[in-house]
Design a protein around this ligand. Structure first.
Ligand SMILES: NC(=O)c1ccc[n+]([C@@H]2O[C@H](COP(=O)([O-])OP(=O)(O)OC[C@H]3O[C@@H](n4cnc5c(N)ncnc54)[C@H](OP(=O)(O)O)[C@@H]3O)[C@@H](O)[C@H]2O)c1
Length: 348
């Protein structure tokens, strides 16, 4: 089979680095160009030292980018919508990792991002990028907007409950603990080592934009609301979501097992993690580092209708590059797991 020619815009950043790592070893991909304005002409390993000897490619400039089959966009928010028409001239298929085209309702986009979207028609062209929810739409689409990392783990943890109409929709509380790489590779006062090391910082107790994605994806018969908070913790990669979900009727352990199995038994990248003993009884982000898995677990509160859902991912993998490659496989008619079937590390 002829290889699919893929290029990456914004490849010197953290999600770009993970995409390069995945695509270099993907059996159906020829990785063509990777752009960085700050490192143009330099070897890829200058930004991604883990890839030394894996490739001799150098960074190109945006102005040099040639036509290819698939373009991955890994730029800061707001850039894709400005130049999407130019990118469409370069490639028939596009996967955007930023938030530019995730929200389908323009008014919601404006509310959460505080400005109008400069390419509103593209909002409906791009399929929201969680394959477990949208693989059928992806099969007939050329454009995918990868989901936010916190949204991904939250949605996957809760999806079966909302889809089945089991949730008391006013009461859900989601608390995510996130690693530093979520913020990308640009330095800031808050990422300065003395300020960041050892910290446990409530950085977004309210108004996190990923709430809007969760509401969009989990509203079926009615528009739901969720109470979402994010805390940054002292780790580089990983997201742990602890979700307090209240059901309309009391469920027990067996019911929840049955529900998760119904939706996720055949899912190649979702694992149900709930053990009675040992230290790894629930999902833990550390074990997922570098892998495309999303682990989901739960504990049922005997005294109320509350179920605590626990979800974990690597934000740069299932929350970004891994999810994007999964979508790439689908839109190109490949086996969905191609180039992604490896576990994380242990111990790490
Ligand atoms: N980090 C995560 O966990 C995560 C997860 C899911 C989604 N995302 C989203 O994915 C996108 C990339 O995130 P990241 O963490 O990889 O960010 P990053 O580490 O800051 O990298 C951003 C990249 O974009 C390039 N860039 C900056 N301005 C540009 C412009 N105007 N035109 C073209 N390229 C430009 C930068 O390259 P040069 O400056 O060298 O040109 C750099 O390679 C963001 O929209 C982010 O929200 C991130």
């Amino acid at each position: 089979m002829e290889k699919i020619r893929a290029s990456i815009i914004g490849g010197s950043g953290y999600t770009g680095g993970e995409l390069i790592r995945l695509l270099l070893f993907h059996p159906n991909v020829e990785l063509c160009e990777i752009t960085s304005e700050s490192l143009v002409g330099k070897y890829i390993y200058k930004a991604h030292p883990n890839l030394r000897k894996s490739t001799n490619l150098k960074f190109s400039s945006l102005s040099e980018i040639e036509n290819c089959d698939v373009l991955f966009l890994c730029m800061p928010h707001g850039q894709s919508q400005k130049s999407i028409e130019t990118y469409k001239q370069k490639a028939g298929k596009i996967i955007d990792l930023a938030a530019d085209f995730r929200l389908k309702d323009l008014a919601e986009y404006e509310k959460w991002y505080g400005h109008s979207n400069s390419n509103p028609t593209a909002l409906s062209e791009f399929v929201y990028g969680i394959p477990e929810l949208h693989r059928d739409e992806m099969k007939s689409s050329d454009f995918v907007s990868s989901a936010g990392c916190n949204a991904t783990v939250s949605i996957l943890s809760m999806y079966p409950f909302y889809k089945e109409g089991l949730v008391d929709t006013e009461r859900t509380v989601i608390e995510v603990k996130v690693g530093t790489s979520e913020g990308g590779n640009k330095y800031s006062a808050s990422s300065h080592h003395p300020e960041r090391s050892g910290s446990l910082r409530s950085y977004m107790p309210l108004q996190h934009r990923h709430s809007a994605e969760i509401v969009q994806e989990l509203s079926f018969d009615e528009k739901i609301s969720v109470n979402f908070s994010a805390t940054s913790v002292d780790m580089v990669r990983g997201v742990l979501a602890t979700i307090h979900l209240f059901t309309n009727e009391k469920l027990n352990d067996k019911d929840v097992w049955k529900l998760y199995r119904k939706y996720y038994y055949d899912e190649p990248f979702i694992r149900i993690v709930k053990e009675r003993e040992g230290i790894y009884r629930y999902p833990e982000p550390k074990l997922l580092i570098g892998s495309n898995y999303c682990d989901v677990g739960f504990a049922v509160d005997d005294t109320s209708n509350r179920i605590v859902l626990i979800g974990a991912i690597d934000n740069l993998m299932k929350g970004a590059a891994g999810q994007a490659v999964q979508a790439f496989n689908i839109i190109n008619g490949l086996e969905e797991t191609t180039g992604l079937t490896f576990p994380g590390f242990h111990p790490i």
